[in-house]
Ligand binder design. Structure first.
Ligand code: GUN
Length: 281
């Protein structure tokens, strides 16, 4: 029988634990979110992050900038938050409008407050095997592996997608856990053959039902990062109904990876606050 990797349940447990730990510690971490424009999906994600903050006892402030903001305007907001001693974590919701340079914005976030883990300094630390803040989605997937005792050492892991928020950091985290890692992308030759070798298959490409059972090794652990619309329904990159028949474990969409991303953001924010409390003590 296939195991459903229940991110919703695991996330709820982690948030409850964090709430207890925060209550005991006396810390009051604060997260600032920055959203530029009014994309409904981004607004919904930011709302969910604020709701999770409230649930665990993290303070949060939301900065909303108009859709026609310049890069300089966004940088000004981030720099103000960098200087604000009452803010522990900063998250700039992506994607940004076309006229805003995402690299300059990401690099402007103080690495000590970069709870998204996208700053090159934090990605560099992760790739050098000494992570500080790791991006929330791949980090949340590692938590799921731990929770369900999925062995990683020596496993063949194949990551589909090479973005800085998922594919690349996912590969680094798996490598740090002693997996043998392959990253596939749009130029990969014979993708199906690469995928078929995977003990652990992670898809983050954003194509509805792209992963079909004939691409999956029987008994593989399948992680679906995709969130796509298909016939008015939310579906992943993986054809869940078919692939669940041959996988040993699989994440659903929704209720798999998504909730883990939010739980990890809360954990990163608490860690940022703890580190600050220790260094300023
Ligand atoms: N947009 C989609 N996912 C994310 C994320 O994890 N962090 C940020 N900042 N923006 C996103």
């Amino acid at each position: 029988m296939v195991i459903i990797l229940d991110g919703k349940k695991c996330s709820a447990m982690r948030l409850e634990l964090l709430k207890e730990e925060l209550g005991d510690s006396g810390l009051c971490p604060r997260l600032a979110t920055v959203i530029v424009g009014s994309d409904p999906a981004s607004q919904m994600y930011v709302r969910m992050k604020h709701r999770a903050c409230e649930q665990v006892g993290i303070g949060s402030v939301g900065i909303e900038l108009p859709a026609d903001s310049t890069t300089e305007k966004v940088l000004e907001s981030v720099q103000r938050l960098n200087r604000d001693a009452g803010i522990d974590g900063i998250l700039v919701q992506l994607p940004l409008p076309k006229q805003v340079d995402p690299e300059r914005v990401i690099e402007s976030v103080s690495p000590e407050k970069d709870v998204d883990g996208f700053h090159p300094e934090n990605l560099g630390l992760l790739f050098s095997g000494k992570p500080r803040f790791s991006p929330c989605t791949p980090s949340g997937i590692m938590t799921l592996f731990k929770e369900y005792k999925i062995p990683l050492s020596g496993a063949r892991a194949v990551v589909v997608g090479r973005s800085i928020d998922v594919g690349r950091p996912m590969a680094a985290l798996l490598l740090n856990a002693d997996a043998t890692v392959t990253i596939c992308h749009s130029k990969t030759k014979d993708l199906a053959e690469e995928l078929k070798r995977a003990d652990i298959l992670i898809s983050a490409i954003g194509k509805a039902h792209f992963i079909q059972p004939e691409m999956v090794k029987p008994g593989a652990v399948v992680i679906d990062v995709g969130i796509n619309q298909l016939d008015g329904k939310l579906v992943g990159d993986v054809d869940f109904a078919k692939v669940a028949g041959i996988a040993s474990a699989i994440t659903p969409v929704p209720g798999g990876v998504g909730p883990m991303t939010i739980a990890t953001l809360m954990e990163n924010t608490c860690r940022a606050a703890k580190v600050k409390a220790c260094t300023s003590a």
